[in-house]
Ligand binder design. Structure first.
Ligand code: AN0
Ligand code: CP
Length: 317
């Protein structure tokens, strides 16, 4: 593996999940693999889970790990070529990337959608520049349009907890006060479409995701109907993707909040969310605190998903 930015980079998903579950039994089995190798993690945005789990995964494999927060301590970076740099940006990303690449063996990047230009975001301009100019394998730690380490951890969690083959998995939109990227639902759809599950997406009208990720999956606008017989309820807010509303909030309708009344419509489903989550916006206190809530084991599996990816890259260095 040379880069990890989407589900296809994992190849056969069943094999990848099996490798993850095997690694989870002994996460220190490959401690020699990363010896004298350095993982650099670059953050343009905040993180709790990705920062800790990816660093831990690198350390499990014997790597040295370094973290750079671009907006706290590093120089402000210009990202567009051709700009006259007479503003507040001190350094151009076209120098910064090869410099960062020179200090490490693998470079992991978090760079959210900026919502200034849909083309800039959906062309994955930032992470593609890292792929092109760092000279090193690149891992997405959530880029503009995807969060594959999260979706891989979600799939591992579903495999661990499913009570029947071909479980019904419902991705539901839920309200949030700020405009959030589509990266998490995009990648979740990307993975679920390849997994052995019955996948349904539910959201208010106007929140349709990019067809590149939905790929013909069933979209049900009636949340109650979508939740019927669900085995897993995966909640997430996202802002509008479709023009002319790209990046906008179209609804804060609290009737979409995942409550115990909503969970009662399901097949005693598990509740999932990538975190961080706003309680009583996305999900009520009682649902997230219930025994059916998988948010903590799901987050714990981020260490495992990252470790499979880093291990595979190390094996091909
Ligand atoms: C981010 C998002 O929705 O993409 C990160 C989630 C892992 N969430 C927030 O910014 C709250
Ligand atoms: N789920 C997730 O990626 O969390 P962080 O934003 O805290 O890394």
């Amino acid at each position: 593996m040379k880069t990890f930015t989407n589900v296809k980079d994992l190849g056969d998903l069943k094999t990848a999940v099996a490798e993850a579950l095997e690694l989870k039994k002994n996460r220190y089995a490959y401690k020699k693999l990363g010896e004298n190798r350095t993982l650099l993690m670059v953050f343009f945005n905040s993180s709790l889970r990705t920062r800790l789990s990816t660093q831990k995964a690198g350390m499990n494999l014997g790597m040295n790990t370094m973290v750079l927060d671009i907006n706290q301590g590093a120089w402000k970076l210009e990202t567009e070529r051709g700009v006259i740099m007479d503003g507040d940006k001190t350094e151009h990303i076209l120098e910064a990337i090869p410099v960062m690449g020179s200090y490490c063996d693998i470079i992991a990047v978090r760079s959210f959608a900026q919502f200034e230009s849909k083309t800039f975001d959906y062309n994955e301009t930032i992470i593609n520049q890292f792929i092109q100019y760092s000279g090193k394998p690149v891992i997405s730690m959530e880029a503009a349009t995807g969060h594959p380490l999260q979706a891989f951890a979600d799939l591992i969690t579903i495999e661990e907890y499913k009570k029947r083959e071909h479980p019904k998995v419902v991705l539901t939109w839920a309200p949030h006060p700020r405009a959030l990227p589509q990266a998490v639902p995009n990648s979740f759809a990307d993975f679920m479409n390849e997994a052995d599950v019955e996948f349904v997406i539910t959201h208010p009208e106007g929140y349709e995701l990019d067809e590149k990720f939905v790929r013909g999956a069933r979209v049900e606008y009636d949340q109650n109907k979508a939740l019927e017989n669900a085995d897993f309820v995966y909640a997430k807010n996202w802002s509008a993707y479709a023009d002319p509303n790209y990046g906008k909030i179209l609804s804060k309708d609290h009737s979409w909040t995942v409550s115990s009344e909503k969970m009662a419509l399901t097949n005693h489903a598990y509740f999932m969310h990538c975190l961080p989550v706003r309680r009583n916006m996305i999900v009520t206190d009682d649902v997230i605190e219930s025994p059916q809530s998988l948010v903590i084991p799901e987050a714990a599996n981020r260490e495992i998903s990252a470790q499979v990816v880093i291990k595979r890259i190390l094996e091909h260095l």
